[in-house]
Write a protein that binds this ligand. Structure first.
Ligand SMILES: [Zn+2]
Ligand SMILES: [Zn+2]
Length: 390
């Protein structure tokens, strides 16, 4: 490890920030105390702050000491999950039913550390925007910031973010193109006509229609879409009726589409709509379909992925870098920011003896040992990309 000295000095402070935030988790768009804490630390470290971008989001801005240059954005997410922490850690969540189970407490502490380190040296030309984004866990926090004019008010030529990963401690995983999946949610409501179970000919039974739709749409990936591009359709909820002797009026299916490619996503959405409509119509029922994209596919720019690899190699050594391992079907809403600015989303492995639980598990905890690594990568990335005369 070759942690920059100005980051190493902040090691203990980063741990304190992380544990303070861990004990006080807030859900998406409710990150009021979290935002205030982050803003206070940034100001204390000499960084300008604008709050209320995307409701509870905020942006810190720092200019280098070497004059004009490009602008670079670094982003951390802020929200916790509606879960109850299982472990009795000294800094465990003080709020039942709320938990930083995805490590966003660690991402914030990392970005605060990078901001404080860069503020102490300002050894770059141009501007860095520290973007603290609310509501990453499926509530559209990135889109809310973009809708508030994030990149108009805080122009960024390129943007970067990272997520902790269950991979071995210290590994830095960088993908040249797609790194996380698109995730859609659909709700299909079949309206038939209720009646007595003994006289189905007088009713329009929505249940067999819903069953046909379920089997048809779950079978789409690999038949409708190219099997070499991974995709999954899963119906996670199917509700209809309450009684054994009654045909209900309606049936509702709720499910998700996961894939890596926008064309595949669109094709599946269109097919789900087509199948639901035509199956319902074929049996005299109607289908109402709501389909929303919660996450776009997260796609890196190969060039900017290269910059992350160089900065990460300087901090963690070339042996720590993993380039393009098979991607996983997780999702990330930094995807929407990467649709409007080029950049790279990378992963830092935190797995060691004390950190075996995966994110979204009640036993999960962020590994504080990766704070200086990730903050160090951000600092080196800024110094390289915004080097005077570069
Ligand atoms: Zn998560
Ligand atoms: Zn997360």
């Amino acid at each position: 490890m070759n942690i920059p000295a100005e980051v190493d000095r902040l090691k203990d402070e980063m741990v304190r920030w992380r544990r303070h935030l861990h004990a006080r988790p807030e859900l998406g768009f409710e990150e009021v105390d979290t935002a205030r804490f982050v803003a206070d630390v940034l100001r204390e470290k000499g960084i300008d702050v604008v709050e209320g971008i995307g409701r509870t989001g905020l942006v810190g801005t720092l200019k280098g000491k070497h004059g004009k240059g490009p602008s670079l954005g670094l982003r951390a997410d802020m929200d916790a999950l509606p879960m109850t922490e299982a472990r009795a850690l000294p800094y465990a969540s003080r709020v039942p039913g709320r938990m930083h189970a995805c490590g966003h407490d660690g991402h914030m502490a990392t970005l605060l550390g990078a901001a404080a380190a860069l503020s102490s040296t300002r050894n770059f030309a141009g501007t860095v925007h520290f973007i603290f984004q609310p509501a990453e866990e499926g509530q559209g926090g990135a889109l809310a910031m973009l809708a508030d004019g994030l990149f108009d008010s805080f122009p960024c030529d390129e943007i970067y973010a990272y997520h902790n990963s269950e991979r071995p401690f210290g590994q830095v995983v960088v993908y040249d193109t797609v790194v996380a999946a698109a995730a859609d949610r659909f709700t299909i409501t079949i309206r038939g006509r209720g009646g007595h179970a003994a006289t189905p000919h007088l009713a329009i039974d929505p249940l067999p229609i819903a069953a046909r739709i379920l089997l048809a749409i779950e079978g789409l990936p690999g038949r409708l879409t190219d099997a070499s591009s991974p995709a999954v359709v899963t119906v996670g909820s199917l509700h209809a009726g309450d009684a054994f002797n009654t045909i209900p009026d309606q049936a509702t299916l709720i499910g998700t589409v996961r894939c890596f490619d926008e064309d595949v996503r669109l094709k599946l959405e269109q097919a789900i709509r087509r199948i639901a409509d035509s199956e319902a119509a074929a049996h005299g029922a109607t289908a109402r379909i709501a389909h929303e994209t919660l996450f776009a596919p997260t796609v890196n720019s190969a060039m900017h992925a290269g910059f992350v690899r160089e900065a990460a190699a300087e901090v963690a050594g070339t042996d720590a870098i993993r380039r393009n391992p098979p991607p996983e079907l997780g999702s990330e809403d930094f995807s929407f920011m990467l649709q409007s600015r080029p950049g790279c989303y990378f992963l830092v492995g935190q797995g060691d003896a004390e950190h075996q639980a995966v994110a979204h598990d009640v036993n999960y905890d962020f590994n504080d040992r990766i704070l200086p690594i990730a903050a160090g990568i951000f600092v080196r990335l800024v110094e390289r990309r915004l080097a005077p005369g570069a």
